[in-house]
Ligand binder design. Structure first.
Ligand SMILES: C[S@@+](CC[C@H](N)C(=O)[O-])C[C@H]1O[C@@H](n2cnc3c(N)ncnc32)[C@H](O)[C@@H]1O
Length: 253
């Protein structure tokens, strides 16, 4: 049997900055079955997602609110949103069929809706704003044009509403770069090979994080896109200065 995503992926390679960004969702198709097993052994993965959502300051368990989970994958970030906003309507979007299938196989309340497609094409997918919050966990680094997407997020948000970008960013800290290299080559890439017999997605992860903005640069990017009250916080533990929550609000006027 021909493995479609593998066959397609064989034509592309992991360059110095990772995979060509339009190819990333196909690479996630290949890693989809193993994704939950891999992140479940990453200490802090789920707790850090929940921490980032708490930092959004969603009031009253999200009653009457609409939230967007951009790049929801297998639903780990959706579950983090749900934990803080059980009363909100949550729209969760992902371009990888395989990742979305894993998400949809889980049990969700009727307030959660999954949509298959690229975040860039949201309007064509029948998903319109306004949203009272957008959560993008490990998505922005994987986009072909992050600046354009940040501007789109801004137009989707109600005035004063928050975008939280939960993302790896190591450039501003030399110890973080060393730790990142060690963890990728000591754990993530070998473990990815063990689970999927392929290292493409995990080498992309390694390279794309090294190539991504430092935290200060990314905060500037958010401000340049038109967001206000831009700030970021890292997480505790070994991922300190590696995983960050970037918070930014849509202006009131
Ligand atoms: C590292 S996973 C993160 C999944 C989830 N947010 C989490 O925290 O576990 C990144 C996800 O972004 C999705 N993705 C990448 N580019 C995308 C795009 N342009 N539009 C929608 N989803 C995209 C991938 O398919 C993948 O499922």
């Amino acid at each position: 049997m021909v493995d479609e995503p593998l066959a397609r992926r064989a034509e592309i390679g992991v360059g110095d900055t990772g995979l060509p960004r339009r190819a990333v969702p196909d690479a996630f198709d290949v890693g989809a079955d193993a994704y939950d097993r891999m992140v479940d052994v990453n200490p802090g993965y789920h707790a850090h997602l929940r921490m980032s959502v708490r930092r959004m300051g969603i009031p009253d368990r999200g009653r009457g609110m609409r939230l967007l989970d951009a790049g929801c994958g297998t639903g780990a970030s959706t579950a983090a949103l749900l934990a803080a906003a059980s009363e909100a309507e949550i729209v969760a979007v992902d371009a990888s069929e395989g990742m979305l299938r894993q998400a949809q196989a889980k049990t969700w309340p009727s307030s959660v809706r999954f949509v298959h497609g690229r975040i860039e094409d949201l309007a064509d997918l029948g998903v319109d704003g306004p949203f009272d919050g957008v959560f993008a966990a490990y998505l922005v680094r994987n986009l072909p044009d992050p600046d354009a997407q940040l501007k789109r997020f801004l137009t989707l948000l109600r005035p004063g509403a928050t975008l939280a970008v939960h993302e790896y960013s190591v450039r501003d800290s030399r110890p973080a770069v060393w730790t990142w290299n060690a963890v990728c080559w000591g754990i993530i890439i070998p473990s990815g090979w063990w689970h999927t017999r392929d290292t493409t997605l995990y080498r992309h992860l390694w390279r794309s994080v090294l190539a991504f903005d430092g935290a200060a640069r990314f905060r500037r990017r958010l401000a340049d896109a038109g967001f206000v009250a831009v700030h970021s916080e890292t997480v505790p533990g070994w991922q300190r200065n590696i995983v960050h929550t970037f918070l930014a609000n849509a202006p009131h006027d």
